[in-house]
Each structure stands twice: as C-alpha cells, then as structure tokens.
Design a protein around this ligand. Structure first.
Ligand SMILES: NC(=O)c1ccc[n+]([C@@H]2O[C@H](COP(=O)([O-])OP(=O)(O)OC[C@H]3O[C@@H](n4cnc5c(N)ncnc54)[C@H](OP(=O)(O)O)[C@@H]3O)[C@@H](O)[C@H]2O)c1
Length: 334
C-alpha cells in the first residue's frame, strides 16, 4: 500500500536542532509517511553533504535543496519562487534557522537572587553583538525574523486554502530568551537594545499568535517550539572544549531542578518532532511547546502559555508588514 506523502520545508536544516529533526522524522515516521523535504540553506556545499547523508540512509525520501540566506531578502524572494514552483502544497514549514552572536559572557550575572531565571533565559549572562546587514537592518532580526516572515508571506498560496481544515502547520523555533524585557514595540528590529536575540524570538512569538488569530480560518496554523538549552553550532564555539565539558557536567547535574537542560540537539528537537504529530487545531494558540528532559536524560514536551495579547501581536504583525514593504521598495530601486 502506498504511504501518504508529507511535504516539509525547513530553514536551518543543515546542522544542530534542524538536522536532528530531519534525521528523527525520517526514522520515526518511515512506516507512516513518505517525506518530501526541502532544505532551504545558505551554504549549498554543506546542504549537498547533508542531503547525501540523509538520502543514503532513507532512500524513499525525496530531498531538495534550495539556496536561501534568511538574512538576505533578495535571496528569500528568489527561494520562495523556487519553492512555489516545486510544491502545490506544504504540510509543514519549519522556520528554524537562527543566530545568536555572542561576544562574551558575564559570569558575575550568576551572582543574583534571580539565578534560576537567568540560567533559563541567558539574560544578563550572554553579551550579544548585532551588526547591520547590507539593507541597514540589524543582522539578528534580519536572520531570525525578517527572512522567515517574508518567506511565510510569499508562500501564502501553498500554505492557505479557503477552509479551516488544516492545510499547513508552520512551526517556529523560539527561545526562552524571548522575555518581554528584551523587546520594545518602538524598536522591534532591536537596533538599540542589548538583547537582540531575545527580542527577535519575542517578535516570532507575537507573529505566531497573530497568524493563528487571522489564518486559522484559511487552514494555516502556527506553533512555537522551544528546544531548551542544547549545545549546537550556535553556542558551541564561544567556550573552549574543556570548559564546555565542565559546563555540560554542571548542567547535567542541574537537571534535577532545571528540566530545560536538554543539552543535545536530539533532545532539543523533541518539541519540533512532537509538533509534527499533533493536530494543530487542538493545540493552544498562545503557547510554546518546550523540549525538556528528566534526570534519566529522557526527553519530553511541556506546554508554556505566553502572555502575548492579541492586540500586541497584531501591532507586531503590522510593523513587520511595514518593514518588509520598505525593504521590498529598496530592492526594487536597486
Ligand atoms: N541551541 C540552543 O540551545 C537553542 C535554544 C533555543 C532556541 N534555539 C534555536 O534553535 C534554532 C536552531 O539553532 P541550533 O541551536 O540548531 O544552531 P545551529 O547548529 O547553529 O543551527 C543553525 C541553523 O541555522 C542556519 N542559519 C543561520 N543563519 C542563516 C542564514 N542567514 N541563512 C540561512 N540559514 C541560516 C545554519 O546554517 P549553516 O549550517 O549554514 O550555518 C544552521 O543550519 C535557532 O533558531 C535557535 O535560535 C537554540
């Protein structure tokens, strides 16, 4: 009997959590679905290597590569055209690519009565940098939010239909760093703030809430997956290897009280894998689903309801439309 096909489009599928997600989906859904996967990646050489490795162990899967740099709007618009030509519908859009440019750590921030919150969010501990890209947009916002937002907008014809039945499930990778304090409505690109990463993820959370408020009636559902704290390419390079081993040892002990210490990309991908299996109509529209682990290193998913109000989410969405409109004009003029 032929298995049904599911189309998955993903950003950030070439390493870390995104790569682990693909490996797990190919393995864990092989008796249920044939997967058609489209990896949108900036580095085609790395993409070809990943495709080769995945295809070798999962011969029935069809894996396409499309070049896309989420930080470069032109490249996003070009990639969206290719995706629209390739697929008549998209079942899952994983918006997972992201950067967290760390310029240092402030370990004195750990000396605080708020230590548990800070360990959960990285607030005050991670010192971040944020340069401008060629369109004058702060890089963290451009990479984590703007590129994804414009891709989502461009893919509307294959993500939505005329009905409420689930047509597509958009899954954003968010972060516990997305605390309200990192975000300002007057500066949603975080050109002036000190927590650009948290701010970018806060915007993502607001967008997901607004998409559910406005697009569910057209069959497009949005969810937020939070991977916990895991060591990947994003954060693995700012400490020497020996220090990471020590930190990982301490974090493993901390699991007794802090279940978000997922530590591996495999564990971190738990919520992204779990969401693949859920009917998005039954999920809470204002929650994030978090990867967590118990003391035996067994991953599970927990729900955390966000405090974002519909009016705030709408305002963020409107600002994104305005920013993306300005960038489109800029591109047109050049
Ligand atoms: N690690 C954690 O503890 C943690 C916690 C919370 C949330 N997250 C989120 O999880 C997601 C995945 O990160 P990760 O931890 O798996 O880190 P990672 O190993 O560094 O993976 C990041 C992925 O994003 C891609 N990417 C980065 N910038 C891009 C750009 N401009 N255009 C296209 N692709 C780009 C990378 O592509 P290349 O392979 O070309 O570099 C890579 O595939 C991110 O959104 C991150 O914010 C991670």
């Amino acid at each position: 009997m032929d298995l049904p096909t599911k189309v998955i489009v993903i950003t950030g599928g070439t390493s870390g959590i995104g790569l682990s997600l693909l490996e797990r989906l190919l393995l864990e859904t092989k008796s249920k679905f044939v997967l058609r996967i489209c990896i949108l990646c900036r580095n085609m050489e790395k993409g070809r290597f990943v495709r080769g490795t995945l295809s070798q162990s999962h011969r029935s899967a069809e894996i396409e590569l499309v070049k896309m740099d989420t930080a470069d709007v032109k490249s996003v618009l070009q990639a969206a055209k290719v995706v629209l030509d390739l697929y008549e519908r998209i079942d899952y859009l994983y918006l997972n690519a992201g950067i967290l440019p760390i310029k240092g750590l402030d370990l004195t921030a750990l000396i605080s009565s708020d230590i548990m919150t800070r360990l959960r969010t990285g607030e005050h501990i991670l010192k971040q940098e944020n340069s401008l890209n060629k369109y004058g947009v702060p890089n963290v916002f451009a990479t984590n939010v703007l590129g994804h937002f414009m891709l989502f907008e461009e893919l509307q014809p294959v993500l939505t239909s005329g009905e409420e039945d689930v047509r597509s499930h958009v899954i954003w990778t968010t972060s516990n760093n997305a605390v309200e304090r990192s975000f300002s409505m007057d500066d949603i690109t975080c050109a002036h703030g000190t927590m650009p990463y948290g701010s970018s993820k806060y915007v993502i959370n607001a967008l997901s809430v607004h998409i559910n408020n406005t697009k569910n009636a057209k069959g497009c559902y949005s969810s937020l997956a939070e991977p916990g704290l895991c060591v990947t390419g994003m954060n693995g390079n700012f400490l020497p290897g020996w220090l990471w081993s020590l930190v990982i040892f301490l974090f493993t002990l901390l699991r007794i009280i802090m279940n978000h210490m997922t530590l591996s990309a495999y564990n971190g991908s738990e919520s992204l894998v779990w969401l693949f299996d859920q009917n998005p109509r039954k999920l809470n529209k204002r929650s994030q689903y978090e990867s967590a682990v118990n003391i035996y290193n067994r991953a599970y998913v927990r729900k955390c309801v966000l405090g974002i109000k519909p009016s705030e989410a709408e305002l963020v969405y409107d600002k994104m439309v305005e920013i993306s409109g300005n960038i489109r004009e800029q591109i047109h003029e050049t």
